[in-house]
Design a protein around this ligand. Structure first.
Ligand SMILES: Nc1ncnc2c1ncn2[C@@H]1O[C@H](COP(=O)(O)OP(=O)(O)OP(=O)(O)O)[C@@H](O)[C@H]1O
Ligand SMILES: [Mg+2]
Length: 474
C-alpha cells in the first residue's frame, strides 16, 4: 500500500482530489447555509408582518389589553399561512390566543426562557418544531408571541443537505477516477521512457521513443532529449566499435607480417646477411607497432580527459626551427625542399613534447605526400590571441572524399590500408586531440596547391576559453 502511495500517479491524483474535495465541501456547506438563511429570513419576515398587524389592532384601557374589542387573535396571515398567536400579560397569564391553544404553555415558558424579545428562534412545541417571535406590545404591558410551524422547512433543509452531500461525494469519486486516468495518460510517456531505457542494450541503441506530443510539451522535450542522448550514445558506441575493429586490424597486420617473415627465415639455414635483412624487416614492424600503440594510448588518455598538458613557455621560432632541422635529412633524402618562416617574438604556454608530436606528424605527412622537387614550408605566426602553426606542401592535396573524416581515427585515403606506404591514420586525430587539449584546434585550410594544415593554439591560458570562436576544426 505504501509502495502504491509513493507512485507519482497516485500522489498526483490524491493531491488533486484532496484539493477538489476541500473546495466542493466548502461550496456545498456555503450553499446550504445561504439556502437556510434565505428560508428562515422569509419565515421571520412573515412573523414580523403578522406582529405588526396584530399590534396595530390592540386596544389598551383600564389596565386591560384586547385585540379589536375581544376578537380572538388571528390564526393565519392574510396570505393564508398558519401562525399561532398568543397575548401574554407581564406576569405570564394568557390574555388572548388564536386557535385551540395547543402548545400555549410551552410558548408562555419561552417568553421567559427564550432569547431577548424581537429575536426569532426555533422551539419544539407539542411534538413539532416552530419558529417563534416574542415582542413586547401595548406599551410593554403585554407580550405578543407568534409561532409558525417549520417542520416542512426543516425537512426541505435536511433533504437539501443529503442531496448536496450525495452530489459532492459523487463529484469527488468521479474526479478521483478522472484524475487517476488523466494522470495515467499524462505520465504514459514517462512509463514508455522507463520501459525503453530498461530494455535497451548496447546492441539496439538505434531504438528511439519518438513520443508524439504537441510542440512545447515538457514530456515531449524530455523524450526528445532522451532520444538525442540515445543518438549520441549510438554514435559513441559505433565509434568505439569501429575504433576497436580498426585497432585490431592495424595491430594484426604487422604481427602477421612479422610471423610470416620469421617463419620463412627459419625454414632453412640462412647467411648472416639474410638474418640481418630479416631482422631489419621485423624491427621495422616492431617500430610501427610501438608507434601505433603509443598513439592509441595518447588518444585513449585524451578521450578520458587525462591528457596532461604542461603549460610551459615555448618560444615559437626556436621550436619550429628545431623540428624542421630534425626532418631536414629525410627531406633531402626525398629531394623535397623543407623550409621555415617564423615571425619574430612571442611566447606561448604549451606542452613542448605534445606540440612536437603534432608538428612532427604534419611534417611527416607533408614530406610523404610531396613528390621529389616539391616544397614543404612550416610557418609560425601570431594572429591576435592565437599562435598559428601552418604546414604547407606542394603535393597532390588531401583526397576530397577523405576531408569530412580527416581528423577521425584510422582515416586514410588509401582504402587498401597498407601501413608501409603510409601510417595507421592516427596522426591527424592525435594532432586534433593535442590542439584541443591546449584549448585550440586544427583545420585543413584552403590552398592553391597541395595541402595546408593550420594549428591554432592560444598564446595565453586566458585565450583558451574563446576557442569555440576562433579554433577551426576543434
Ligand atoms: N599533406 C597531406 N597531403 C595529402 N594527404 C594527406 C596529407 N596529410 C594527411 N593526408 C591524408 O590524411 C590521412 C590521415 O593522416 P594521418 O596523419 O592521420 O595518418 P597517417 O599519416 O596515414 O598515419 P600516422 O600518422 O598514424 O602514421 C593520410 O593517410 C593521408 O591520406
Ligand atoms: Mg601521419
Amino acid at each position: 500500500m505504501r509502495h502504491r502511495l509513493r507512485r507519482t500517479r497516485v500522489r498526483l491524483t490524491l493531491t488533486y482530489v484532496t484539493a477538489f474535495a476541500a473546495m466542493a465541501g466548502l461550496a456545498g456547506v456555503a450553499f446550504w447555509l445561504a439556502f437556510a438563511h434565505f428560508e428562515y429570513a422569509a419565515v421571520d419576515s412573515g412573523l414580523a408582518a403578522q406582529a405588526r398587524l396584530i399590534s396595530g389592532g390592540l386596544n389598551v384601557g383600564n389596565g386591560q389589553v384586547n385585540f379589536r374589542g375581544d376578537t380572538p387573535l388571528p390564526g393565519e396571515t392574510k396570505r393564508g399561512i398558519a401562525i399561532a398567536a398568543l397575548l401574554v400579560s407581564r406576569v405570564g397569564k394568557i390574555i388572548d390566543q388564536s386557535g385551540n391553544g395547543a402548545g400555549s404553555s410551552a410558548l408562555v415558558r419561552a417568553t421567559r426562557a427564550g432569547p431577548p424579545p424581537g429575536t426569532p428562534f426555533n422551539l419544539p412545541v407539542a411534538g413539532r418544531s416552530d419558529r417563534v417571535l416574542v415582542l413586547p406590545v401595548a406599551g410593554g404591558q403585554a407580550l405578543l408571541v407568534l409561532a409558525q410551524p417549520i417542520g416542512q422547512l426543516q425537512q426541505t433543509l435536511a433533504t437539501t443537505a443529503i442531496l448536496l452531500v450525495t452530489i459532492v461525494v459523487g463529484l469527488i469519486v468521479s474526479n478521483a477516477v478522472l484524475g487517476y486516468w488523466v494522470a495515467g495518460r499524462a505520465l504514459r510517456p514517462v512509463r514508455v521512457m522507463a520501459a525503453t531505457a530498461r530494455d535497451i542494450s548496447e546492441h539496439d541503441l538505434g531504438r528511439r521513443l519518438r513520443l508524439e506530443l504537441p510542440p512545447g510539451d515538457e514530456l515531449g522535450e524530455l523524450g526528445a532529449t532522451f532520444d538525442a542522448m540515445l543518438a549520441r550514445l549510438e554514435t559513441a558506441f559505433d565509434g568505439l566499435r569501429r575504433f576497436t575493429a580498426d585497432a585490431a586490424h592495424e595491430l594484426r597486420a604487422p604481427l602477421t607480417l612479422m610471423r610470416t617473415q620469421l617463419e620463412v627465415t627459419l625454414r632453412h639455414d640462412r647467411t648472416p646477411e639474410d638474418y640481418r635483412a630479416s631482422h631489419r624487416v621485423v624491427l621495422g614492424e616492431i617500430e610501427h607497432l610501438s608507434r601505433m600503440t603509443e598513439q592509441l594510448l595518447l588518444l585513449a588518455r585524451a578521450d578520458a580527459g587525462s591528457l596532461v598538458v604542461q603549460r610551459l613557455p615555448v618560444e615559437p621560432g626556436a621550436f619550429v626551427e628545431e623540428v624542421v632541422s630534425r626532418w631536414q635529412p629525410l627531406a633531402t633524402q626525398h629531394g623535397v625542399h623543407l623550409g621555415a618562416h617564423v615571425s619574430p617574438g612571442g611566447v606561448m604556454l604549451g606542452d613542448r613534447d605534445l606540440l612536437r608530436r603534432c608538428l612532427d606528424n604534419l611534417v611527416d605527412n607533408a614530406l610523404r605526400h610531396t613528390p621529389s622537387g616539391g616544397h614543404v614550408v612550416v610557418v609560425s605566426a601570431l594572429e591576435g590571441p592565437w599562435w598559428t602553426l601552418t604546414v604547407d606542401d606542394t603535393g597532390p592535396g588531401v583526397d576530397p572524399a577523405l576531408r569530412p573524416h580527416l581528423f577521425e581515427r584510422f582515416a586514410r585515403a588509401d582504402p587498401a590500408r597498407t601501413p608501409h606506404k603510409g601510417g595507421a591514420g592516427l596522426g591527424l586525430s592525435l594532432c586534433h586531440a593535442i590542439a584541443v587539449a591546449h584549448g585550440g584546434g586544427i583545420a585543413l585550410a584552403a590552398s592553391a596547391r597541395g595541402a595546408r594544415f593550420v594549428v591554432h593554439l592560444p598564446t595565453t591560458p586566458s585565450a583558451a576559453p574563446s576557442q569555440a570562436r576562433a579554433a577551426p576544426g576543434s
